[in-house]
Design a binder for this molecule. Structure first.
Ligand code: NAP
Ligand code: HSE
Length: 428
């Protein structure tokens, strides 16, 4: 056995339990790799009486945060309790006391990452957060280390397991939105309040973190145009399928001439696209680099052991840094001026579903509106809804966001027309 590296864990829920289990199960390998016996000394919980999934021998359970944060023997804090305000406060205290920090908290890193990184640097501490994006997929270190030599052009991710599970159930098993959500909650993928999952916020936070690492730009959550899956209905799923697509909640960060555009929302993916085959709670991140071309990283985006593997990999990096005396370097040191791509420079195909009054001349008016905005049609489907109304589906040619907004704004002014769905379409 090597020297001891003592760890304080904040939280003993899904991820905390996994961390404790993996450190115990893989102790010998971890010790060989790091030269340290990484040992959990104290674990912070809300309720010490609660039944736990694993034995609590070998460490102390406490409800008093200062027992952990002020313990001079604890060199590393693992924050897996969630929340923003309290977790931020505890992490800042730990860093100021010279303790290294590992966290799985994407909400906190997306919102307060800058501040935490600065405090970690001031105190020469490590701050790692591999588990905050895509659970068990080691995507952050891949972007920061393995792809460091390349110029990343685009990152597309299915990074929310709950919504991917729901959309798979709705597409493959014809489940309703409500049935699919209930199942995702019962299986434990959804956040305590699933709003952040279904409204795309969880995915947007993960995209903010990946964008900062991939492009060096300090994007904020407000910079991400975010849409969720509440509006996706059976009709869109079926029509998209007939047209050769699957609907998935995808986060995209794309660089164009030194600026970046980040968005999260339902997109139509060609059924042959590698991301279309990512089903149920799995996640995948599709990275395009100027030199490497297209790469995809796939795996479980949540869950006890997959997420804990990422947390423990961070702990191993802290231990290795401690051995070499190289703690305190930022997880990502790549920086680039933050610039946002203008609407005129963001190009995509779009899928639109609208209803319109079924009378002579209305369709002509619709085509005129799109032609005036310079938006061309790639595909059009029209079906009668009843004697007076028609349902129209349009897939546009690649068009700028500015042009599409001009056309849809004009359509919305027409009393005979109403747009229900407007999703991006991925090509290729
Ligand atoms: P969880 O199952 O709800 O566990 C939270 C743990 O933290 C519980 O043990 C709870 O204590 C403790 N806790 C919460 N607030 C506390 C407080 N104020 N004081 C003391 N203890 C407190 O959560 P989780 O699913 O493990 O998630 C933890 C973090 O990992 C979150 O930031 C989450 O976003 C992130 N994450 C989770 C997953 C996943 O698959 N679950 C994947 C990636 C990232 P009690 O047990 O006594 O109630
Ligand atoms: N609620 C999240 C998801 C958990 O469904 O992906 C993992 O971050």
């Amino acid at each position: 056995m090597g020297a001891k590296l003592q760890v304080g864990v904040l939280g003993f829920g899904t991820v905390g339990s996994g961390v404790i289990h993996i450190l115990e199960e893989h102790q010998e390998k971890i010790s060989q790799v790091t030269g340290y016996d990484i040992a959990v000394k104290k674990v912070l919980v809300r309720d010490v009486e609660k039944a736990r999934r694993y034995e609590t021998n070998g460490f102390t359970l406490t409800t008093e945060p200062q027992d952990v944060l002020e313990d001079p023997e604890i060199a590393v804090i693992v924050e897996v309790m969630g929340s923003i305000t309290t977790a931020r406060e505890y992490i800042l205290q730990a860093l100021r006391a010279g303790k290294h920090v590992v966290t799985a908290n994407k909400d906190l890193i997306a919102l307060h990452g800058d501040e935490l990184v600065a405090v970690a640097q001031e105190n020469k501490c490590d701050l790692f957060y591999e588990a905050s994006v895509a659970g068990g997929i080691p995507i952050l270190r891949t972007i920061v280390n393995s792809l460091a030599a390349d110029k990343i052009q685009k990152v597309m991710g299915i990074v929310n397991g709950t919504t991917n599970f729901m959309l798979t159930k709705m597409t493959e098993e014809k489940k309703t939105y409500e049935e699919a959500l209930e199942e995702a909650q019962a299986l434990g993928f959804a956040e305590a309040d699933p709003t952040s999952d279904v409204d795309g916020i969880d995915a947007a936070r993960k995209m903010v973190i990946m964008t900062r690492l991939a492009f060096g730009m300090n994007v904020q959550l407000d910079d991400v145009e975010t849409n969720g899956i509440r509006t996706i209905n059976k009709e869109d799923i079926e029509v998209a399928y007939q047209l050769g697509y699957k609907i998935k909640l995808v986060g995209t960060a794309e660089e164009t001439n030194g600026s970046v555009n980040v968005n999260v929302g339902p997109v139509l993916l060609p059924r042959s696209h590698p991301l279309s085959g990512v089903n149920y709670e799995n996640n995948a991140v599709f990275v395009t680099g100027a030199a490497v071309g297209e790469t995809m990283f796939y795996g479980p985006g949540a869950g006890e052991l997959p997420t804990a593997t990422s947390v423990v990999s961070d702990l191993i990096t802290v231990a290795k840094n401690s051995k070499l005396g190289t703690n305190g370097n930022a997880f990502n040191s790549y920086r680039h001026e933050t610039k946002h791509t203008s609407k005129e420079q963001i190009f995509s195909k779009h899928y639109l579903r609208l209803t319109m009054v079924d009378k002579t001349g209305t369709f002509l008016k619709l085509t005129q509106i799109f032609a005036e905005a310079g938006v061309g049609f790639d595909k059009i489907l029209q079906e009668p809804v009843d004697d007076f109304t028609a349902s129209v589906v349009i897939v546009t040619h690649a068009t700028s966001k500015a042009q599409l907004e001009q056309a849809t704004k004009r359509v919305e002014e027409e009393p005979e027309m109403q747009i229900f769905t407007n999703y991006l379409v991925v090509e290729g």
